[in-house]
Design a binder for this molecule. Structure first.
Ligand code: PAF
Length: 283
């Protein structure tokens, strides 16, 4: 695996692959890798000839009171995992290389970013869409892979790719869960054992709603209430639970197969998100 830490080296390496007719796949990450990230690498390997992974803790997607400074990081471990997963190139860089003095250009997707996580994380999606645009320009992949756990991020990025005619497909990959249902997230590392147990309320609530839907319940408020009940029992602090259209994230009053139930809540000081597309198999 090549380890590239220079923007022009990265562009040159991927340009050479494209010139040789190879399809480049890209998995952007912020590091602290887990099996969810590795599933994205697996999907990229299956679909592309060469796979690039970036590990860049992007400061512009964190608000002033968020966890940028505490975010877990272990580059040596990430590097070993990526090597073992058969990645062709790892790209790392610094905030000053990505955002040099005078940086003044931002990519913003309107509307979709105001709701759900966007309502409580002002500026978050602007940071995501800007850094992903820059990384896509540097890597030039034909496909980029994103986890469905960050469902809103995926929808926003797919909108951005379509609106800006970016020559890449933003591919969504299924959520990877612990055996007890907790969705994998780098932020799970913040949870102490008691919080780890309480954090199950998110996935348990979604499962309850999934079962209610399978039993014929289609009322959005009733399905949302099923999730809320689990969160209340676990004393988790609800940010939102909403039944939404998977294409445009508009709130739905009535569930249809594929409608997404999305939840965000704090357990202790850790903010967690999860979602499930109703009627789809639980993984
Ligand atoms: O999902 C993430 O880890 C980040 O938001 C991303 C896409 C790597 C951009 O920094």
């Amino acid at each position: 695996m090549k380890h590239l830490d220079d923007l022009s080296q990265l562009s040159a390496a991927t340009a050479a692959w494209r010139a040789a007719g190879l399809h480049v796949g890209f998995v952007p990450t912020m590091g602290a890798l887990h099996a969810g990230h590795l599933s994205l690498v697996g999907a990229a390997r299956a679909a592309c000839d060469r796979v690039v992974v970036s590990v860049f803790l992007n400061p512009t997607q964190f608000g002033p009171n968020e966890d940028l400074d505490a975010y877990p990081s272990d580059l040596a471990r990430d590097r070993a995992l990526l090597e073992e997963a058969g990645v062709d190139a790892l790209f790392t860089t610094s905030p000053s290389a990505m955002y040099p003095d005078g940086f003044a250009t931002w990519v913003e997707v309107e509307g979709l970013t105001d709701r759900l996580c966007g309502a409580s994380r002002e500026g978050h999606f602007r940071g995501v869409t800007t850094v992903v645009t820059k990384l896509l320009n540097l890597v030039g992949p034909c496909r980029a892979f994103f986890g469905e756990k960050d469902r809103q991020q995926l929808v926003v990025l797919q909108r951005m790719v379509a609106d800006l005619n970016l020559p890449v497909e933003a591919v969504g990959c299924p959520i990877v869960r612990e055996p007890d249902g907790l969705a994998l997230s780098s932020r799970n590392a913040y949870l102490d054992p008691a919080e780890r147990t309480r954090a199950l309320a998110l996935s348990q609530g979604l499962r309850d709603a999934q079962q209610a839907f399978a039993g014929g319940e289609t009322s959005g408020p009733a399905l949302e209430a099923a999730v809320r009940a689990r969160l209340e029992a676990a004393a988790a602090e609800l940010d939102y639970v909403e039944l939404v259209d998977p294409g445009n994230l508009a709130r739905l009053a009535v569930a249809v197969p594929g409608a997404v139930l999305a939840v965000a809540a704090k357990v202790g000081s850790t903010r967690l998100i999860d979602n499930h597309a109703l009627g789809q198999p639980w993984r």
